[in-house]
Design a protein around this ligand. Structure first.
Ligand code: G3H
Ligand code: ZN
Length: 277
């Protein structure tokens, strides 16, 4: 069934476990991620980034498909808007029935980020929608690994109190869209953030972190773990393998189906990694 994000994140936060969140690009990702969650009997968060909305040209078609898949699932599935850069898109997701949103004003200065995020929180909480925000920009959205960015624990505590967010994305050594899994997380900082901040912490750019690093990050205090690139690597490798030397292959189901299976397999594998406390 469709779950609230709080219902998935809160128990993980209380138990020192992980709430895994996987990014959807198109319909094959939705099926693959839900299949893996059902196979592993694990709740999962399906998330759609603002960039993916731009790719589709609108939120409703793909967003409605995510919600429909969540309702059909036999494990709890939440539907989350990721890296929303405009309050208008947040409002649209709330109206469509999304479980939660991440409002990303991390490129603004501290004061601007607080003001913009607090407005979004007010709107979302009136509708019962859970909100994640980011402090201390996690780099890499421009394709450059910027491992140096860090979130300051005291500033993070102030930010959470001033905005009322339900979860906080923190910069602890990862970057978005890394093709190698070589990022080293600052586990000591994760521990300090966990003590200073009284809401669940979120890891972005998780694909660049090796399996052992992900387990260690959860043990150190991170709760929601966002994974996108790792699934896209599996998807694209499989498409490439199928199309390489088969000029007579024209039915997209042949290669998209194989790619979907590869994403389901990698999602299941990551669910095991993130479950292994
Ligand atoms: O918000 C999504 C995540 O931060 C995904 O990052 O593509 O590096 O796994 P990733
Ligand atoms: Zn992210």
């Amino acid at each position: 069934p469709l779950a609230t994000t709080g219902d998935i994140v809160a128990p993980a936060y209380a138990e020192g476990g992980c709430a895994p969140a996987f990014n959807v690009i198109q319909a094959e990702h939705i099926t693959a991620i839900v299949d893996a969650a059902q196979a592993r009997r694990r709740p999962v968060i399906l998330q759609l980034s603002h960039n993916a909305v731009r790719y589709h040209g609108a939120l409703a078609p793909i967003g409605s498909a995510m919600l429909a898949a969540a309702r059909l699932a036999d494990v709890p599935v939440a539907v989350h808007l990721d890296h929303a850069e405009s309050p208008e898109l947040v409002h649209e997701a709330v109206d469509l029935g999304f479980s939660s949103v991440m409002y990303d004003a991390s490129t603004m200065d501290y004061t601007g980020n607080v003001a913009a995020t607090a407005d979004v929180v007010k709107h979302c909480h009136e509708a019962g929608v859970w909100v994640e925000a980011e402090l201390g920009e996690v780099g890499g959205k421009d394709g450059v690994h910027a491992p140096g960015a860090r979130t300051d624990p005291q500033e993070a505590a102030r930010f959470v109190a001033a905005t009322g967010v339900d979860a906080l994305a923190v910069a602890v050594g990862s970057s978005h869209a890394m093709l190698t899994r070589t990022a080293e997380l600052d586990l000591e900082l994760i521990g300090r953030l966990r003590s200073a901040v009284d809401v669940p912490l979120v890891l972005h750019g998780s694909s660049g972190v090796p399996d052992e690093g992900l387990s260690a990050a959860v043990r150190a205090g991170l709760t929601k773990v966002n994974i996108a690139t790792q699934l896209n690597k599996s998807f694209t490798a499989e498409v490439r393998r199928h199309l390489g030397d088969q000029p007579a292959l024209v039915d997209p189901r042949k290669y998209l189906g194989a790619a979907r299976s590869a994403v389901a397999e990698e999602t299941a594998r990551l669910l095991d990694v993130l479950d292994g406390r």
